[in-house]
Design a protein around this ligand. Structure first.
Ligand code: PGA
Length: 241
């Protein structure tokens, strides 16, 4: 059985010193948690904190991920960070296609190029897909996800490990989640489309982690606000692994 993955997406919520403080303070507990749960824990801080946190946690089994990367190999792309640089600092995961990135221009085509870059640098992409509330209400979630997956079809066919994170936009940061019945249908469908690891994101909390983790074909969570507090993150991992 594939180990579960719990990725903490810190977005821009923690600044540099808060990120370092969290990892310094909870280093031992994070390592213990990853061993006792037998789960892959991934922390995704913002860019400047990546390298110091990788050094801080290097003797632990915690992996570090970036929150996006450039779709290009190198060149005149002011403000972008290449997969090559992420590899050099020791990142082993990277989130791509998060709806907050899609909202500022990350098209399906860009996401496909980012995945290509990451895979060629042996970094596991955590690929976010998900629909807005209108699509969900209209019962069009599956055709919507189908189109998003179509754009990354070549990557899905590869044998290199990657993770698909189903994150409905209307569930992110709202306290709302799809019903267990809806998620069961969606994850059953996703598992027919791909053999890659499937996780869920959107308002995951200590209160709903046990219920959500019982959904078949769901192998972990992408956790935003609840991951900012170590106690909450620990509870989610313990309840859901
Ligand atoms: P949330 O965020 O857990 O705060 O809803 C999840 C995400 O955006 O990845």
């Amino acid at each position: 059985m594939r180990s579960k993955l719990f990725a903490a997406n810190w977005k821009m919520a923690k600044d540099f010193s808060q990120s370092i403080e969290y990892c310094t303070k909870n280093k031992k507990q994070l390592d213990t948690l990853s061993h006792t749960s037998n789960a892959q824990l991934v922390i995704c801080p913002s860019f400047p904190a990546l390298f110091p946190i990788i050094n801080l946690l290097q003797k632990t089994s915690i992996a570090i991920g970036a929150q996006t990367c450039s779709p290009y190999e190198s060149g005149p792309f002011t403000g972008q960070v290449s997969a090559q640089s992420l590899k050099e600092v020791g990142c082993t995961f990277c989130i791509v296609g998060h709806s907050e990135q899609r909202a500022i221009g990350a098209s399906d085509q860009i996401v496909a190029q980012q995945i290509k870059q990451l895979l060629s640098h042996q970094i596991e992409p955590i690929i976010c897909i998900g629909e807005d509330h209108m699509v969900y209400e209209d019962g069009n979630t599956i055709p919507f996800l189908e189109a998003q997956l179509k754009a990354i079809e070549p990557a899905l066919k590869s044998n290199i490990p990657l993770t698909i994170a189903y994150e409905p936009l209307w569930a992110i940061g709202t306290g709302n989640t799809p019903s267990v019945t809806a998620l069961t249908t969606i994850f059953a469908w996703l598992s027919q489309k791909t053999n890659h690891r499937l996780i869920y994101g959107g308002s995951v909390s200590p209160e709903n982690a046990a219920t959500l983790s019982a959904i078949v074909h769901l192998d972990g969570f992408l956790i935003g606000s609840a991951s900012l507090d170590f106690q909450n993150f620990e509870k989610i991992v313990s309840l859901a692994s």
